[in-house]
Each structure stands twice: as C-alpha cells, then as structure tokens.
Design a binder for this molecule. Structure first.
Ligand code: CTP
Length: 463
C-alpha cells in the first residue's frame, strides 16, 4: 500500500499509525472490488499531518479540516485520498443532528471504530502490515459477522441509529448488496425507529436508494426489508398500496409489489441504467389507484402508466433524486418518459410503419433502447413467463427501422382528420402532410397525433 512512502514512515516515526478502515477491509474480506479506500491516521495533529504530506510532495486540501479530514493527492495523481483523524461522536440529544463529532489525534483506532455503523464496517488494517486476516483490528467481531453473513450494529442499535437514522437504510442496502441477513436485534431496532428516517435529508435518502438499486443484483432483498421494517412507509408511502395487491388479471400471477420487485431485479441483473432501475421501481405505482374490474371479473388498470409517471415525478422531486451524482442529468424527465410509455404498443410482428411511428413518438434512439430495456424487465415478470425472445426480435426490428428516413406516411395524422379540420381534399391533404413532415423532420413539433392536430388547428385558424 503506502508503506514505502515517506509520509507513512514519518507518521510512524512520530509514534502514530495509519490504517485503512471501513469498507476497504470489508471488501477485501469479501473479495469484492473496493470502491474507495478511507484512511485514519492516529497520533499526529492535523497541521503536522498536512506538513508531512506536503514534505512528501502530496498536494493537500484542507476543506474538511473542521471534520478532521485531509485530502491528499500524490504527485502526478488525480484521485485524492482521504486521511481522517480518529473521531468520536458525542451525542447531545436524541436526533441524528444532536451530536458533535470530536476528532482527536490521541484517540486510539479502536475508539474510532466504535463510532461506526456495522461490525462489518468497523475493522481496520495497519497499512504497514501485509494483508493478513489475522492482523485485522476487529474489536466488534466483524470478521465473524462476514463469515456468517450478518449485518449487526456496533453495540446498541438504538444508539447507532439515533446518531444517524440513515444507517437503517444502509443496513437494507448492505443486506441486498452482499446477500446478508440483518441480525434480529438490529432488525428490531429498525422497526422501532423507522419513523426517525423522516429526520434525514431527502438527498441522503435518495442517494442510498440509488446505491441499493445500483450496487445489488437483487435490490428486492433490500426493498423487502424496507417494507417489512416500515421504512418504506416513510420513504415512499405511495408504494404501500401495492403491497399484496392482487391484480386479478391473467397476465399477472404476482401481486403488484412482487411483480415490481421482479422487474427491478431483472433490470439490475442485466446491468440496465439507473434510470431504468428507478423506472422499474415506480412504473406500476398507480396500479392500485387505477384498478377496475370488468363484468367477467378481470382486473384492469386503465391510464396507470400516465398516473404512475406523475406520481414517480412527485417522488423523485420530493426525494431530490437529481441531487445525486449517480443519477444522470435529466434523469427525472427520462424516468417520467419511460414510465409514461412503458406499455410498449408494438410487438415483434408489428408493421414497420407502426414501429417507426412509435419510435418517433418515444424520441431519440437511446431513449427507445432504454424503454426496450424496461419493457424486457417488465415482460420477464409477467405471468406467461418471459417473452425475452419476443423482445429480442423487437430489438432487431427497431434496429432495422432506426435509420429509415421519415416519409409522408410516417406523419402521425390521418387524412380524414386533416379533411375534418381544414376542409382540404385530395392533393391538398398531401400538401398539408408534407408541411407537417417538414416541421417534424426539423424537430419543430413532435410526431404524435395530438400535437399535430393542434398544429393543424393553428394553421387552419390563422388562415
Ligand atoms: N459510516 C458510518 N455511518 C454512516 C456512514 C458511514 O459509520 N452513516 C462509516 C462506516 O464505517 C463505513 C465508512 O464510514 O464503512 C465509510 O462510509 P461509506 O463510504 O459511506 O461506505 P463504505 O462502507 O465505504 O461502503 P461503500 O463501498 O458503499 O462506499
């Protein structure tokens, strides 16, 4: 690691120590890729540490100084490493903001580990040691919990969750990501303290939800934990009506929540984008509120795609999804579109003309691809089993039609509508269609019958 570096030798010469902590040790034991490495340096005050790093030609950023964190970038490097002084949280009340973080270079590493969330995240290795599981500093049994695949808080879960209620969501995220179960005491505390999640900022909640959807192959494990502990009720209350909701429809053998979870898992396993995964989670959220039953006893959800898109937009805005670095710019609009159009009206045997029309309606080719991904995940979770073969053929048909230029026939408006609105007949109808085609090709108007009819109306009225 950094043991051959001058800075490390200088820290140890001064009686200090440097440790890799938290997620790094956990991920090494799990033999999964590390996302980043956090270091804790003991025994050296912050200003001295900055000097030591600079003497070793690191550039030092002290923006996190008040929190006891120094960012140091190696000569020629571009990713700074985080060096933190050991910290202790001192609770000053019962809210998660009611505590002071105190850092003190004289604190032993064990004290720093004792303020961490879960035993699996509360281990350290001295970076001077070779990697050897026997040398891991593990005061709370993290190694055993990793072996037994258990998420358990360091000490009293009520205290840990009071310090930061977001940790309850983190527990669900880690369980889903690593296939672990949550220890019964920890789980009990999550149920007890679920309402406290409301004191956490929306940005932090959505960032953790995004992590759950992004880093796990089976986010459903975490989503189910959110439901079972009552956390979901406080994060996305709109989802609660889906739980156990019987669709009474031959296309569905699962209640809405279980169907949705299956769609989300498929999207994750296939590595689809985060927008598709968020859309998967929210695509049927209005099914319960739009449910109707016909005289033959079949359930229907007319308009649920539009209603779900609206609700999804509210949720994403409320939880400030767009603030997350992991959520793409314009992600809210994309998720809206994906949900709005998730009932893909074309099939593998549709005509070229209708496939093209549908593609123009959806928008740019990459959005069509995203929509097909959502469609694949959705059909995978339908009763008849997967129609993945169908989707593959549809993908190929879309590919074939992608570069075909628009013709007058692709303009999404009927001749008789033009006649009704304008009185035009014969060749005049063709001329009007051509004018509309030009506007569509120029990107001035969308190629859908509603918009085109409005445009026609304006042209006609202004005549
Ligand atoms: N931590 C904590 N409580 C939190 C967040 C973090 O105790 N609410 C501690 C844990 O020890 C964690 C470390 O800070 O291991 C770093 O946190 P973070 O970077 O958020 O997560 P990692 O555990 O490193 O995992 P990831 O791979 O998801 O980054």
């Amino acid at each position: 690691m950094e043991t051959n570096k001058r800075w490390y030798r200088e820290v140890t010469n001064r009686g200090g120590g440097a440790y890799a902590v938290g997620g790094y040790v956990r991920d090494e034991l799990l033999e999964v890729e590390n996302r980043d490495v956090d270091f804790v340096v003991t025994g050296v005050p912050m200003d001295d540490l900055a000097e030591i790093m600079e003497a070793d030609e690191y550039s030092v950023d002290l923006v996190g100084k008040v929190f006891g964190v120094l960012k140091a970038t190696s000569p020629g490097g571009n990713v700074p490493m985080d060096l933190a002084l050991p910290r202790k949280e001192i609770s000053t009340g019962d809210g998660h903001k009611d505590f002071d973080i105190e850092f003190d270079h004289n604190l032993p590493i064990e004290d720093d580990l004792s303020r961490r969330d879960f035993t699996i995240n509360a281990m350290a290795v001295n970076i001077g040691d070779n990697w050897d599981p026997d040398l891991i500093i593990d005061p709370f049994g993290g190694k055993t919990d990793i072996e037994n695949k258990v998420i358990r808080t360091v000490g009293d879960p009520i205290v840990r969750f009071t310090e930061d209620p977001l940790r309850m969501l983190r527990a669900a995220q880690f369980a889903a990501r690593f296939g672990f179960t949550i220890h019964s005491d920890t789980l009990w505390a999550m149920k007890w303290m679920a309402p406290k999640i409301q004191t956490v900022s929306p940005e932090r909640i959505s960032a953790e939800l995004i992590k759950l959807l992004k880093l796990s192959d089976t986010p459903s494990v975490g989503l189910q934990i959110l439901v079972d502990t009552g956390l979901m009720n406080h994060i996305i209350p709109e989802f609660m009506a889906s739980i156990g909701f019987d669709q009474q429809n031959r296309h569905h053998d699962l209640p809405v929540d279980k169907h949705v979870f299956k769609v989300v898992d498929h999207a994750s396993r296939r590595g689809f984008s985060i927008s598709v995964r968020v859309a998967a989670l929210l695509h049927d959220i209005a099914k319960p509120s739009t449910f109707s039953i016909d005289e033959d006893g079949n359930g229907h959800f007319f308009g649920h795609e539009k209603e779900s898109a609206e609700i999804a937009k509210d949720i994403m805005e409320r939880l400030k999804f767009s603030a997350s670095e992991e959520f793409p710019r314009g992600g809210t609009d994309l998720v809206y579109t994906l949900i709005r159009r998730h009932l893909v009206p074309v099939k593998r045997n549709s005509t070229d003309k209708s496939i093209r029309r549908w593609m123009r309606k959806v928008g740019e080719p990459w959005i069509v691809q995203e929509l097909l991904n959502l469609r694949e995940a959705d059909s995978f979770a339908h009763a008849a089993g997967s129609d993945i073969g169908g989707i593959e053929i549809l993908r190929a048909r879309v590919e074939e039609n992608a570069n075909v230029p628009l013709t007058q026939r692709d303009v999404d408006i009927d001749g008789h509508v033009i006649h009704d609105r304008t009185g035009a007949t014969g060749k005049e109808i063709g001329d009007i269609k051509n004018r509309l085609l030009e506007m569509v090709v120029a990107g001035e108007v969308e190629n859908n019958s509603e918009t085109l009819t409005e445009v026609l109306q304006e042209m006609f009225v202004s005549r």
